[in-house]
Write a protein that binds this ligand. Structure first.
Ligand code: SAH
Length: 349
């Protein structure tokens, strides 16, 4: 079957075989990319209209106990000025965001043991009590099930944990031995069972990625049925073991976004900062290929440059207000509007 016929099949059946996925990733061309992106955009328009949800990210700590080979704030990087925001700082970011229309706050950070169960639940509770009309999303890595349950009980309703790759050998190429794919997937299953709207996802173009690893990712996501999918190109950071690796392709990232939209029509799929960093119109291209969320940065200016997951990260030199204004303008340029809404996952099909 031709790739375009496989894309049509995906649209009808919402799954493909492993061999079919491998074929697409091994042989796609610009026509396939355009075909998938157009179809994905139509699906998103039908479901969400020309409305883009926005979420404010607060990067509240860059301390991390992990050593992911791709990440600039890995424990093994001695050249990071480490910081932590306290509850008061985080609430100030939310207050700022609220006045700008944000109704979802995403707290993201390294895996920082300083934020133990009690401290983190206290922060989540404070935000949920102060902003009962807002959703609290967490992206703080791998924790045990009790901790996830406590966060949920404290008022968090969404959790982002990219699986990074569903292929065990690829996972080992990206992480030290003590970080396992098995535990990452255990976390994702726990989060879903507890009731979180759960996000997984990958970087595109990491070292050792192949059509086979991408096929494994699509099959995993098709089965897991995440409510949210985070996708962005890999971008090297100069202080990591992957400093000399090439960045991931924006075209391939757009293809994966489009295929995810076709496979998971209801999913919330952000057009990510990494996409906007790799290409100046990257975030617009993401929306035109089926993304329906953007996540501007709400972190205080003083810490922006310290949360450098990769080199050249977009938005580190502008205020929350300026970042939002630019995103709004970018969306308007392509005929979309950014809406004030919690933007919860809704199953329609
Ligand atoms: N500690 C949390 C948050 C990680 S940062 C966790 O483990 O989930 C969020 C995401 O940024 C990661 O999941 C990864 O996919 C992405 N990321 C990290 N380094 C990157 C790089 N060099 N290029 C592109 N994306 C990167």
């Amino acid at each position: 079957m031709k790739n375009r016929d496989l894309i049509d099949k995906l649209n009808k059946e919402h799954c493909l075989t492993r061999d079919e996925w491998v074929q697409i990733f091994a042989t796609w061309d610009q026509y396939d990319l355009q075909y998938a992106a157009r179809l994905a955009q139509c699906i998103a328009l039908e479901r969400f209209g020309r409305r883009i949800f926005f979420r404010g990210i607060v990067e509240f700590t860059n301390v991390c106990r992990n050593d992911c080979y791709y990440c600039g704030i890995r424990a093994g990087n001695p050249n990071v000025a480490r910081y932590r925001l306290d509850e008061e700082d985080i609430l100030a970011c939310c207050a700022d965001g609220y006045t700008h229309g944000f109704r979802t706050f995403v707290l993201q950070g390294g895996e920082d043991p300083y934020y133990d169960k009690d401290r983190m639940c206290g922060i989540v509770r404070a935000i949920s009590e102060k902003y009962p009309d807002c959703a609290v999303t967490l992206s703080i890595g791998e924790l045990d099930r009790d901790y996830y349950q406590a966060l949920y009980d404290a008022g968090a309703s969404r959790y982002l944990l990219r699986h990074e790759t569903a292929d065990p050998a690829h996972y080992r190429a990206l992480h030290p031995e003590k970080q396992t794919l098995e535990n990452r997937l255990r976390c994702l299953r726990d989060l879903k069972e507890i009731g979180f709207q759960t996000g997984c996802g990958i970087m595109i173009g990491t070292p050792c990625e192949s059509p086979e690893t991408l096929a494994a990712d699509m099959i995993f996501m098709g089965e897991f049925k995440p409510e949210m999918v985070g996708l962005g190109p890999f971008i090297p950071h100069h202080d990591t073991p992957f400093r000399d690796e090439p960045a991931g392709s924006v075209d391939l990232t757009i293809l994966v976004i489009a295929l995810c939209r076709i496979m998971l029509p209801d999913a919330l799929i952000p057009s990510t900062t990494a996409l906007g960093t790799a290409e100046s119109d990257g975030r617009q291209r993401g929306v035109l290929a089926g993304c329906n969320v953007v996540m501007p940065n709400l972190s205080p200016m003083s810490v922006r440059k310290k949360y450098m997951l990769y080199d050249g990260k977009a938005g580190t030199d502008m205020s929350a207000e300026a970042g939002i204004r630019i995103l709004r303008e970018q969306m308007e340029e392509i005929g979309y509007e950014v809406v004030v809404s919690r933007g919860d996952f809704e199953k329609r099909s």
